[in-house]
Ligand binder design. Structure first.
Ligand code: HEM
Ligand SMILES: *[C@@H]1O[C@H](CO)[C@@H](O)[C@H](O)[C@H]1NC(C)=O
Ligand SMILES: *[C@@H]1O[C@H](CO)[C@@H](O)[C@H](O)[C@H]1NC(C)=O
Ligand SMILES: *[C@@H]1O[C@H](CO)[C@@H](O)[C@H](O)[C@H]1NC(C)=O
Ligand SMILES: *[C@@H]1O[C@H](CO)[C@@H](O)[C@H](O)[C@H]1NC(C)=O
Ligand SMILES: *[C@@H]1O[C@H](CO)[C@@H](O)[C@H](O)[C@H]1NC(C)=O
Length: 313
């Protein structure tokens, strides 16, 4: 079959939603050299008062990039005629949006209408990893902010109950490979989960992948008739330190989500988990590289530089 240039181009767009064309490490070098300092200080200062901030910002970046690409669609507020992503089904609305808004306000004062909200979120996600003793990497910048955000599209996020095949497919749709899946799942070295994200799994007596002592412990925290909406568990035993403990725990059957433990049940991902459990430096290097790839997912060129991250201009 002959493939015309147009068909080939469309094919590329469908299969490789990664676009690196517009992004560069020195994008604001001339126009807003202080942007990264302002973001770092804001994230650092707020994290001291609110220790939940690092994990939340890292998670926000992942969600933003997985829905409509890294275009800050997650930051847009709902309007009377549109329910936005942040109010979508996995209703974790208490994320740390205020930190990004705070950084944006300061950046607008320093260099107005220059730095996109999507770039602020990408830089903040790097900073929270580095300040939690994880790796640092240069963030590529030049993203534009989108104008559309739809609550129903969050059903396209991977589920904590997904198996490895479903996870691999979900990442592949965004141009991310099996190694990226295992590597980026290491983001679960930070933070906390509510019972609802793993309860069905731990009360399933026939799931052989879960360590029985660990399951018992989680059942006590999350009884079937759970009345405490805030109850849950930390995602690894050092939930504010970025390290490879997440992988070590998976090798012991102590992954909190089915989607975490599934990575140790599948031949395509098991070996990668083992290698990160053994070698933290390897995990750090690959995490930095996979975060750069995640930051390239679905980057748009015809967007805007929002003045307020919650509103289109
Ligand atoms: C592989 C597919 C993934 C699934 C199914 C998934 C699912 C989840 C779920 C269900 C929660 C807990 C929500 C709650 O109950 O409060 C969570 C938390 C979290 N996720 Fe993921 N996630 C995935 C990938 C990622 C990636 C790629 C990152 C970042 C690189 C990430 C970072 C986080 C962080 C930091 C938290 C903790 C948030 C907090 O403490 O508030 N996740 N994830
Ligand atoms: C962060 O805190 C330091 C020390 O208190 C202060 O000098 C700096 O202005 C703060 N920066 C931001 C962006 O809030
Ligand atoms: C969750 O979503 C619902 C509608 O989908 C919304 O009314 C509510 O404010 C959101 N936040 C919380 C914490 O329930
Ligand atoms: C979300 O709803 C819109 C209509 O409001 C529809 O066009 C779109 O296909 C829906 N998307 C998903 C992922 O269900
Ligand atoms: C993985 O999950 C999907 C969706 O729930 C299901 O269709 C598929 O059969 C599962 N694959 C395996 C190998 O269990
Ligand atoms: C319980 O675990 C078994 C074995 O992994 C699985 O086949 C079954 O679908 C699970 N049931 C529920 C309700 O999750």
């Amino acid at each position: 079959m002959a493939i015309s240039p147009v068909t080939a181009f469309i094919f590329m767009l469908t299969v490789i939603p990664i676009s690196q064309a517009a992004l560069s490490a020195h994008y604001y070098h001339q126009t807003c050299p202080q942007a990264e300092d302002i973001i770092y200080q804001t994230v650092h200062n707020t994290s001291i008062y609110d220790p939940k901030v690092p994990a939340r910002l890292l998670r926000m970046f992942f969600h933003d990039c997985f829905i409509r690409g890294c275009d800050a669609s997650l930051l847009l507020n709902s309007t009377p005629d549109n329910k936005a992503e942040k109010d979508g089904p996995p209703n974790i609305s208490v994320r740390s949006f205020y930190v990004i808004d705070d950084a944006k306000t300061k950046i607008e004062k320093a260099c107005s209408h220059t730095v996109s909200c999507a770039d602020i979120l990408a830089i903040a996600a790097r900073d929270v990893v580095a300040m939690s003793q994880g790796p640092w990497w240069p963030v590529l910048k030049g993203r534009k902010d989108g104008r559309v955000s739809k609550a129903n599209e969050t059903i396209n996020l991977p589920s904590p109950f997904s198996n490895a095949t479903t996870l691999i497919q979900s990442f592949a749709k965004r141009g991310l490979n099996v190694r990226d899946l295992v590597t980026l799942s290491g983001g679960h070295t930070l933070g906390f989960s509510h019972c609802s994200s793993f309860s069905a799994r731990i009360h399933n007596l026939s799931d052989p992948s879960i360590n029985s002592e660990f399951a018992m412990n989680l059942k006590n925290k999350c009884p079937i008739q759970n009345k405490d909406r805030n109850a849950g568990e930390f995602l690894d035993s050092t939930s504010s330190k970025f390290d490879n403990d997440y992988y070590k725990r998976i090798t012991m059957g102590k992954g909190v989500f089915g989607s975490d433990q599934a990575l140790y049940e599948d031949f395509r991902t098991k070996g990668i988990v083992d290698s990160f459990a053994k070698d933290e430096k390897l995990f750090f290097r690959e995490f930095a590289a996979s975060m750069v790839k995640l930051g390239n997912v679905g980057v748009i060129e015809d967007g805007e530089i929002r003045v307020n991250c919650g509103l289109t201009n």
